[in-house]
Design a protein around this ligand. Structure first.
Ligand code: SF4
Length: 324
């Protein structure tokens, strides 16, 4: 049996304000102390940063926004069990067989570093499953330090919590000193404060956290921008997502360097397509209904005939749409 990580994370309030590790309050820790916890769990870096991830690096180059996030081993990889139910924890319960096979963060990138990267993703997931309160306290503290660094150096900060997972951060409740709020609210605070000097006539000018999601029933938040990833032929999910205020992300069979379609029809909506490969910062495309178009990324190890076969299979499953 699989258990959705969101059921565990939304079942209680996490007291990250008072969380300690080895007798030290996590929210008082410096980077060296935080890294000691990472090492104890078998990895070195908690945050994935612009400089270590090609798509996030594009955001920094194109828009001047530093983006951080967390890469965790997706779906039920690692077969980690919940200590209470003994069910296997799933980090993206709505993943389809097609997206699992082509999960860009899990299987993409330089083959020389793949096994090291996958191992670190699994160890971070172990930390989350083993001690969610410690995970969220560390995440908060890393963002707090990163936000302070960005302010000091005149940089903007955004956050993509789900680089390879589908956690409903808006449903993760955390208690602080004298208030309780969602983790996504806390993250917004750390991002927005790096853009307080910008013109605030348009609230979207505030740099905010964002995510792709396969939970079509999530709702748009003013402080946490979400885009629904279409991965099958069920247009009713896409329609629900749009009704909930979520733009759509669609993977097309368009080749690298070729233009995406201008518009695309799903269910009762015909929507403009923006190029989602130019950078990763989804809030830049605004809140009007639209499609974030992405080109299908082949695995580097696949030869031409394998690429054709994989693409044909994904078109059949609805994970990839035909552009023409
Ligand atoms: S839902 Fe996203 S993170 Fe999960 S397997 Fe599919 S592509 Fe990867």
């Amino acid at each position: 049996m699989r258990q959705d990580i969101n059921d565990i994370l939304s079942a209680q309030v996490w007291d990250i304000f008072n969380k300690t590790y080895d007798g030290i309050r996590v929210l008082d820790m410096n980077l060296r102390q935080l890294e000691q916890i990472c090492r104890a769990y078998g990895f070195t870096k908690f945050l994935t940063e612009s400089k270590g991830q090609a798509k996030l690096a594009k955001t920094e180059k194109e828009l001047g926004i530093v983006t951080v996030g967390v890469s965790l081993a997706p779906y039920s990889l690692g077969n980690l069990k919940s200590s209470t139910s003994m069910h296997t924890i799933d980090l993206c319960i709505n993943a389809t067989p097609s997206c699992k096979k082509s999960c860009v963060v899990q299987y993409g990138g330089n083959p020389a570093y793949l096994s090291g990267k996958q191992n670190a993703m699994l160890r971070r997931k172990e930390l989350l499953v083993d001690d969610p309160c410690l995970f969220f306290a560390m995440y908060f503290r890393y963002l707090e330090l990163k936000s302070a660094y960005c302010i000091k150096h005149g940089l903007l900060l955004s956050n993509r919590g789900n680089i390879s997972s589908d956690i409903r951060y808006e449903d993760v409740q955390c208690s602080m000193d004298n208030f309780q709020t969602s983790f996504s609210n806390l993250v917004f605070h750390h991002c927005a404060r790096t853009s307080m000097h910008l013109d605030d006539k348009d609230t979207l000018v505030r740099v905010m956290p964002y995510d792709y999601t396969k939970h079509y029933d999530r709702r748009q938040d003013w402080h946490y921008h979400k885009v629904y990833s279409v991965t099958d032929h069920d247009a009713s999910k896409a329609e629900t997502a749009i009704d909930n205020g979520l733009p759509l992300a669609v993977v097309f069979d368009t080749a690298r360097g070729k233009p995406l379609p201008d518009v695309y029809t799903i269910g009762r909506f015909t929507l403009p397509v923006v190029d989602g490969d130019e950078h990763d910062y989804l809030p830049a495309h605004g809140r009007k209904p639209h499609i974030v178009g992405l080109r299908f990324k082949h695995q580097a190890k696949h030869k031409k005939h394998e690429r054709e076969a994989v693409l044909a299979k994904h078109i059949l499953s609805g994970f990839v749409k035909m552009a023409g």
